[in-house]
Design a protein around this ligand. Sequence first.
Ligand SMILES: *Cc1c(COP(=O)(O)O)cnc(C)c1O
Length: 471
Amino acid sequence: MPPLMHGTLPMTARLEPWMESLVQDPELCKELLSDYGSPLNVHDYSSMARNVAELRDAAAVHDIDFQIYLARKANKTLGAIDKAVAEGCGVDVASFNELDQCLRRGVSPESLIVTAAVKSRALLKLAVENDVVLSLDNTDEVMDLLELTTSDGTPVPVALRLASSNAAIAPTRFGLSAQQWLDFFAQIHSPEVFSIVGVHFHLNGYSGEQRALVLQESLEFADALAQLGHKVKFVDMGGGIPMSYLDDSQQWSGFWEALAEVPEGDESLTWKSDRLGATGPQASTALYPYHQELIRGPWLEKILIARGADGSQTVGQMLNARGIQLRCEPGRSLLDGCGLTLSEVAFTKERNDGVSLVGLHMNRTQCRSTAADFLVDPILIKASGRHANDRSPYSGFLVGAYCIEEELILRRRFEFPQGVAKGDVVAFPNTGGYLMHIIESASHQLPLAKNVVLDGANASLDDIDQVGAGH
Ligand SMILES: *Cc1c(COP(=O)(O)O)cnc(C)c1O
C-alpha cells in the first residue's frame, strides 16, 4: 500500500518493529495524545541494545578494551539513562542537572564523565565530591577547579580535552592543543591535585579517517603525559558515530539533485524554494546526512584498522600496546530507533495565495536539531472520525504553533494521496536522538511535550516529566 503521506520527493524512514505497530494503531495514537497532549514523545529503548552490540562486536574483533558512554544531551529522558546502564554503558553529561540526575538515578560515578563545554562551580564541585571524571576544556576552568580542591585530598580524576594540531582537522573551540596543556601543567604549583586519567576529543562531522588521525595524536599525547608521571587509562573519541535514517541512497541523492534545479521561488519541493543549507557559508554544518552508508560497527572497524604514517601498527594495535581503553560517547547513533513523536492535525487551510497548509498541535522546536531540516518523511495516521470517506488528494506544508511566518515544522512539501483532515495524527519517526529535545522551547508559554515509554500498548510518563524530576 502506498504511504498516506510522503515528501513530494519521498524520503522513506527506516522503522523499528515497535514503530510499525504503533502507527498501525490509530486508536492507541489518539488515546496517547488525548492522555498526554500533543505533541508527545514516545520511547521504546529496545533498539539501544542492538546499537551497543554493533559497536562492541567491532571492538571485540580487535580485542581492545572498549567502553561506550551515552551522550545524554541527545535525549533528556531518565529511561534512556536506565537503558544505557542496563546495557553496561556509562553516561556523558553536559551540565549540573544532567550529572545530578544521573547520580540520583544511581549511576555509579565511574560510569560518568562530565564533558560540559562551560562548567559552573556547582558542577565542578558536584563532580569532585563524587569522584566523577571531568573532561577539562581550558585553563581558567582548571583554576576554578583548583579553588575547590586541596592538595591533601584524593587527586581529582580528569581527562584533558585535546584540540587537534593536525592541519587536516578543522579548527575547534573545544579543548587545547597538546602543547598548551603540557606547558600549563609544567607551570602549575600543585600537579598532585589532579590525576590525569584520560585524553578526550570530540570532532564535528562523522569522518572515521579524521578520528583515526586524532586517536593517534591522542596516544602520542598520552605518551608525553606518561613521561611526566601521569597514567592515562583511556582515550575518549567523543561522539559523531554515524547512523542512517533512510535506507534508500537514491532518494537521498536524488532529492539534492532535484532541489538544485528548482527555480527561485518555486515551492514544488520546499517552502519558498529553501535550499536547506545546501549552498552558502553554513553549508557543511547546516546539512545532516540522513542517509549514511557506513554506520556504527563497520565505521568503527575502519578506524581500528587504520594504520599510522609508518604503516607498522593499526590504531587497534596502538591502543593495545599501551593498555589504553578506547571510549566513545555516541548520542544520536545509540538512540537510533528509540523514539518517535506523535502530533495531532489541528487544521487544514489555504494560504491566502492558495498554497495548502496542514496545521499541527506542535511547534518547530519539537522536531528539530541544529541542521536546516529533518529530512525524513512523517507517517500519516488516519484517525479523524470526520471526513473519513470524503477526502481528496492534498499537497502542502506542515505549519506549527509559533506566531511566526516561517513557522514550518518541516520545510519540504508533502503529498497526502488520500487527503488529510483535522484530528488525524502525524508521526515523526526516529526522533529520539536530538530531534525531540535539543532545542525544544516553551516559548509562547506553550508547555513542553511530554515523554512516555511505551511497553506494548501501555504508556507511562518518564520520570523527567514527573513533578520535581530527579529531586
Ligand atoms: C554532542 C557530543 C557528543 C554526542 O555526539 P553525537 O553526534 O550525538 O554522537 C559526544 N561527546 C561530546 C563531547 C559532545 O559534545
